[in-house]
Write a protein that binds this ligand. Structure first.
Ligand SMILES: *Cc1c(COP(=O)(O)O)cnc(C)c1O
Length: 390
């Protein structure tokens, strides 16, 4: 990868050290350009007319994403964020009283809140599978918990609060063998590492645009395997997701667009398609190799600082690096770094409550690396952190 060219496409990095890619990454200028161009066109010719002119660019969204995750275009739905994408599929599952949902300790708050809501409304049971000795979801325990009452296996691939990568593919094998629906929250993994929905064996996958994909805010997508799409009745329908046939009849679409809204942020859809094209052009294997090497380097340098405690779980770790500093308030550290033009994030305890409770953690710092970051930035970051933690 030509890092200089990549950084030239991301002009902000000249004076900003951005380690908050798990929060919202910096988009390449190509992405910004297509968004601005489409918004400008809308203002000049009208919104519907602009969409007609940019029909190919809008359609490219489906093609680019299908290629990235090895799906077909009719298995992709555009959504306004990852949570709504996930919700549209989750609330479409026909749960009955006594059904079981198997999930993991590092589950994201919004997902778990939805399990609780459905558990309370429908008498469904939520069961949390413990972690193995690496801190990953224990696949053996999961396998032992399978019976005919399990309606859904629903897992977060990479949690919001650390470097963990859950064993998505091993979980997929269990789900396939038992013929159980498998929903994967891949919000933090798509854009970082190669994701192949066939290989993983998930039926449903949800992703946001603004994180490792480097797309605009307010965008995301949902993948639903065409073999199961007709088992899922979306909680909301409109004139795109369904057709009004006559006074007493409507018909739901047969493809993943049954989960879409008609009205949407068109410029954002074009922008996210362009962000995925940019990634495909770099090659996801190159991206993943660089993210791992930078994150390893950051972890080993952090480890050498006296007061730093690393919190990442898992056998192989990704670009999200989580830590605390002894006797220091994470918010204070984040604010002090911000004054020096360094962005990092904070993972709050309620975002991944079960995991934070189980490890006795309060809010923690999160430095998330992308391929456009550099070793020099890591050194600069460590230098500043060392001063702040004294
Ligand atoms: C950020 C995040 C989400 C939510 O994504 P939105 O686009 O904000 O809805 C879901 N799951 C995980 C693991 C996340 O990190």
């Amino acid at each position: 990868m030509n890092i200089q060219a990549i950084r030239d496409d991301t002009p902000a990095v000249k004076n900003l050290l951005h380690f908050n890619n798990a929060g919202s990454a910096l988009p390449p200028k190509q992405v910004l350009e297509v968004i601005i161009n489409h918004l400008t066109l809308e203002s000049q010719v009208g919104g519907y007319e602009a969409a007609a002119i940019n029909e190919k660019e809008i359609e490219n969204f489906y093609q680019a994403i299908a290629k990235l995750i090895n799906a077909s275009t009719d298995e992709i739905a555009y959504a306004e964020n990852a949570t709504r994408a996930w919700d549209m599929a989750f609330y479409a599952i026909p749960f009955k009283k006594g059904d079981r949902i198997l999930t993991g300790i590092s589950e994201y708050a919004s997902n778990y809140i939805a399990y609780l809501q459905v558990a309370q409304q429908k008498g469904v049971k939520i069961e949390v599978i413990p972690n193995d000795s690496y801190g990953q979801l224990d696949v053996k325990v999961l396998e032992n918990r399978i019976d005919e009452k399990v309606k859904l296996i629903s897992i977060t691939h990479v949690p919001t609060n650390g470097g963990l990568i859950n064993p998505a593919e091993a979980i997929g094998q269990i789900a396939r063998k038992a013929n159980i629906l498998y929903l994967l929250d891949a919000c933090q993994s798509v854009g970082q590492m190669p994701i192949d929905v066939e290989k993983i064996g998930c039926d449903i996958l949800s992703v946001t645009g603004r994180k490792f994909l480097r797309g605009p805010r307010g965008t995301g997508f949902l993948y639903v395997n065409k073999k199961i799409v007709e088992q899922l009745t979306p909680p909301f329908l409109d004139l795109l997701s369904a057709e009004w046939i006559d006074k007493n009849t409507y018909k739901i679409r047969e493809d993943a667009k049954r989960f879409e809204n008609w009205e949407r942020y068109v410029a954002g859809q074009i922008g996210l398609g362009t962000a995925v094209d940019y990634l495909l052009n770099l090659g996801i294997n190159n991206v993943w190799a660089r993210i791992q090497s930078l994150a390893d380097s950051l972890r080993s340098k952090l480890k050498s600082l006296n007061k730093v405690i690393l919190h990442d779980l898992g056998r192989h770790k990704c670009g999200i690096v989580s830590f605390t500093i002894k006797d220091a308030d994470p918010l204070h550290i984040k604010e002090q770094l911000a004054k020096r033009n360094i962005n990092i994030g904070i993972s709050k305890r309620p975002y991944t409550l079960l995991d934070m409770q189980s490890r006795n953690l309060e809010d923690i710092l999160r430095a998330s690396i992308h391929y456009y970051n550099t070793e020099e930035e890591i050194e600069k970051f460590i230098t500043h952190l060392l001063k702040l933690s004294k």
